[in-house]
Structure formats: structure tokens, C-alpha cells
Write a protein that binds this ligand. Structure first.
Ligand code: PMT
Length: 221
């Protein structure tokens, strides 16, 4: 939008997918490209916001005028988001954050030994950054937005996740061939803690970004 309805606001956006290392050459990761989070950053900057973009493993050009903080793991993403959120008016978590990380990190490359069964990978839980930001850490009047990529029972799962995480808005996008992870397009329903549902038809990730900021700006004013 051309309206400078986010002028004077600081917004924090997470984008991309965390990588949880097993050894110097391997990690557990996901298919997030960062495109949806970067579209959110460009849209917010165009509407006048000061933007901090916490970018996990995204191979995308830095948006003009945006403060980009590169991170690798969920723990690093948490540090960067909490730091930036301390004076933010809105936090939008578009990143795909690993729920678990390998319990141990092997300093040397893990070797396969002839005739040996593969060893199981022990995992430990990562912090839930969105729940922290929306809960104990929330500043007064701060608007907190989560994302959820679902494969089935999309709206029911979305409603349950919105309540569990305690955010104001949850953008539910269904995982599909030509949308969500990696593509230029997305399709979503934005659920509000007030019971509202805003459908966003299949289209460029910029369009979904604009709708998210419309809803955030309405809650900030
Ligand atoms: O990057 P793209 O290729 O453009 O793809 C965009 C996207 C699909 C990654 C994005 O639109 C999206 O849906 N992101 C959330 C992915 C997801 O499945 O999230 P989740 O259901 O695991 O987590 C729900 C919410 O909690 C998210 O806002 C997530 O950032 C947050 N979370 C999750 C786990 C965790 N440990 N900490 C968190 O803060």
C-alpha cells in the first residue's frame, strides 16, 4: 500500500527456516525459502515502518532500508527476535522454526562404519519463541502474529494453535505444490484471537503480506 500507516513503528519479522546442526556438514532443516517473510519486510518498509528482519538461512537479497539479522539455529533466532522485540510495536513470526534439535553436536564429521546399524538421533526440545513473545515477554499494546503451515484440518489446527501460542493473529497456510514452502505464491486464512477470519486468495506472497499489515495496523491504531 501507498499509505504510510506504519510510520514511526518498529516491526520485527522472522523469515526462513532454522538449521539444527548434527556435525560440521549436516543439519536437520526444512523447506522454508524465506520468501514470505521477506515479502512481509518489503511491505512493512513500504508502509513506513522501521523493520528488523531476522533471517534464518535465506538466500535472498536484503530488502532496501531493512535491518537484516542473519541467524542459523532456533536458539540464535530466539536471541535475535527477543532482542529486537524489546522495543517493537509488532512481531510477525513467519519463520519455520525447528521444534527439536539434535541433543549432541559432533565436532567431527560423523562416519559410517561398515556393517553397523545406523545410530538413532536423540532430539531435545527447542524454545517456543512465538509463545514466549506472545506471553511473558510481551510489551503493552504489542501485536504478535504467528504463522502455521498445515497439511490437514487446517482451520481447526489453526484455531488450536492460535489459542495455545497466545498470539493476536495466526496466518494459516496449507502446504501445497504451488504455494507455501518455496513458491512465489501463497493462500491463507488469517485467524484473529477475536474470532475473525480473513481469507486471502491464492496469489503473490506480497498480497498476503499486505493483508497481514492491514490487520496489524488496525490493531495498533
Ligand atoms: O519461507 P517460504 O518458502 O516463503 O515459506 C513460508 C512459510 C510456509 C515458512 C510460512 O508461510 C509459514 O507458514 N511459517 C510457519 C511454518 C510452521 O509450520 O510453523 P509451525 O506450525 O511449526 O509454528 C507455528 C508458529 O510458531 C510459527 O509462527 C513459528 O515461527 C513459531 N515457532 C515454532 C516453533 C518454535 N520452536 N518457535 C516458534 O516461535
Amino acid at each position: 500500500g501507498l499509505a504510510q500507516d506504519l510510520a514511526g513503528r518498529h516491526v520485527v519479522i522472522s523469515a526462513g527456516g532454522t538449521r539444527e546442526p548434527l556435525d560440521p556438514v549436516r543439519f536437520l532443516g526444512n523447506r522454508s525459502s524465506g520468501k514470505q517473510g521477506y515479502a512481509l519486510a518489503r511491505s512493512a518498509a513500504a508502509r513506513g515502518a522501521r523493520v528488523t528482519l531476522v533471517a534464518a538461512n535465506a538466500a535472498l537479497p536484503d530488502p532496501a532500508g531493512v535491518d537484516v539479522v542473519p541467524v542459523g539455529t532456533a536458539v540464535q533466532l530466539r536471541e535475535a527476535v527477543l532482542k529486537a522485540a524489546a522495543d517493537a510495536d509488532a512481531v510477525v513470526m513467519a519463520a519455520a522454526v525447528a521444534d527439536f534439535r539434535p541433543e549432541t553436536y559432533a565436532a567431527g564429521k560423523i562416519k559410517k562404519k561398515d556393517g553397523q546399524e545406523p545410530a538413532p538421533i536423540a532430539l531435545v526440545r527447542n524454545p517456543d519463541i512465538l509463545a514466549e513473545v506472545a506471553g511473558d515477554r510481551r510489551r503493552p499494546a504489542q501485536v504478535v502474529v504467528g504463522f502455521a503451515a498445515e497439511t490437514d484440518d487446517v482451520l481447526a489446527n489453526g484455531r488450536a494453535k492460535l489459542a495455545r501460542k497466545g498470539c493476536d493473529l495466526l496466518v494459516v497456510n496449507e502446504v501445497g505444490e504451488r504455494k507455501t514452502f518455496g513458491s512465489e505464491e501463497n493462500e491463507a486464512v488469517v485467524l484473529g484471537a477475536d474470532g475473525s477470519e480473513t481469507p486471502v486468495p491464492y496469489g503473490p506472497k506480497e498480497a498476503l503480506a499486505d493483508t497481514v499489515w492491514d490487520l496489524v495496523a488496525a490493531r495498533l491504531s
